[in-house]
Design a binder for this molecule. Sequence first.
Ligand SMILES: [Zn+2]
Ligand SMILES: [Zn+2]
Length: 124
Amino acid sequence: MIGFMALVAILATALAGQMYSFSCPHCGYKDDVISGGVMVRGMISGACGTCRKLVTITWDWKKDKAPEPYETIWDAGSGRTLKVFKCPQCKGPFVEIEDPKTDLRFCPRCHKSLPKVEMGPIVD
Ligand SMILES: [Zn+2]
Ligand SMILES: [Zn+2]
């Protein structure tokens, strides 16, 4: 019974995942942002300030547990608790993007603000 409930929770989370295609009008940087996860893969995306790009941690729902945040920080600007994970490439910290529409306001590559949301969902 507990196993069944856990499975339902995992499926609900996986299906709630969203994918956005991101493109910067200033420098032309393009990438995909995934929040939540897609199908059997859990995904956490964020913008790494050291790599100057969007990075994603992925794991298999069936085999692995979701990675624990390296750190959590309460942000007075948004009132939310931000989760900090380690960048898979440089091992530096990055903050999870929960909702690309509100959490991605500046280009990770050129650090210019995005004049309008240059993103659209590419997966329902
Ligand atoms: Zn990095
Ligand atoms: Zn840019």
